[in-house]
Design a protein around this ligand. Structure first.
Ligand code: DAK
Length: 261
């Protein structure tokens, strides 16, 4: 029995972390299952992925404190690496990933949401990095990703004070793009995923890589990254079709789906 559910809906797919009794806390098993589930995604047919949590209370309530409490230094390092590898795999996943945050996103929960491309949440969502209260630092990229996503001073306030914020504040800070009711959240995520999936896949992937890679370097280098990825779209069937469709003056024509080639 996997702790991660995988459902394909046409050209989008939903990954659900399914450990509701522990509020979907990330233990070694969940991290391993998530890694395997990502490996199993057929990115030639699936064009956008949604990540969410089971139940109506929690997205992910952090790394599993029970498991972590007895770790030795070496085991702690191995656990941290396992988490970091999965989070990085999500962040660099070839297709876009939307986090549908349906409740608590604390510690590793906020960190895994921040590894996704886009975050939307339900109105009961709670975000925070409580690690300093446990005697550790946010270790799954929290100090780095939060300070890049929102104003660094605000990231420092949240991390140093371990205080939680609710959905409206997360929206105000730009940590999430939109807030929905619990019932509306997944349909909204699917609607957005389908809108993304309807675009030319090669171009969408190139955009993700250009944004992610470009943010790590200075503007001169970033523009070169953009140029190369822009060039890589040419001669693809989708580029030829997309531009020919625009140039065709026949008003009756209907746009065909892009083919990912
Ligand atoms: N780990 C394990 N179990 C958890 C959990 C967690 N993070 N969060 C909740 N649970 C479990 C509870 O123990 C409880 O289990 P039972 O007692 O029923 O067996 C069940 O889920 C329901 O939780 P509560 O009874 O506490 O529910 P409440 O509604 O009263 O409270 C809560 C919900 C989310 C406010 C509360 O559960 C809570 O504060 N949970 C802990 C949140 C937290 O501190 N999360 C951050 C964990 S630290 C590293 C890299 C990264 C990390 C660590 C190392 N390295 C590089 C080495 C990451 C660290 C973290 O994420």
């Amino acid at each position: 029995m996997s702790t991660v559910l995988y459902e394909v809906k046409g050209d989008i797919a939903i990954l659900t972390i399914d450990r509701p009794k522990a509020l979907n806390a990330l233990n070694s098993e969940v991290l391993g299952d998530l890694d395997a589930a990502l490996d199993a995604v057929d990115v030639n047919t699936v064009r956008c992925l949604i990540l969410t949590g089971s139940g109506q209370k929690s997205f992910v309530a952090g790394a599993d404190i029970g498991e972590m409490s007895t770790l030795t230094k070496a085991e702690g390092e191995a656990f941290g690496k396992k988490g970091n590898d999965v989070f990085r795999k999500l962040e660099t996943f070839p297709i876009p990933v939307i986090a549908a945050v349906n409740g608590f996103a604390l510690g590793g929960g906020n960190e895994i949401a921040m590894s996704c491309d886009i975050r939307i949440c339900s109105d009961n969502a709670v975000f925070g990095q409580p690690e300093v209260g446990l005697g550790i630092t946010p270790g799954f990229g929290g100090t780095q990703r939060l300070a890049r996503l929102i104003a660094p001073g605000m990231a420092k306030e949240l991390i140093y004070s371990a205080k939680n914020i609710k959905a409206p504040k997360a929206l105000e800070l730009g940590l999430v793009n939109a807030v929905y009711t619990q019932e509306e959240l997944l349909p909204a995520a699917e609607k957005l995923a389908k809108k993304i999936a309807a675009q030319a896949p090669i171009a969408v992937r190139a955009c993700k890589k250009a944004i992610n890679d470009g943010l790590q370097v200075g503007m001169d280098e970033a523009i070169v990254i953009e140029e190369k990825l822009f060039g890589s779209c040419f001669e693809s069937e989708d580029q030829k079709y997309g531009m020919a469709f625009f140039l065709d003056k026949n008003k009756e024509k209907v746009k065909a789906p892009f083919k990912n080639c």
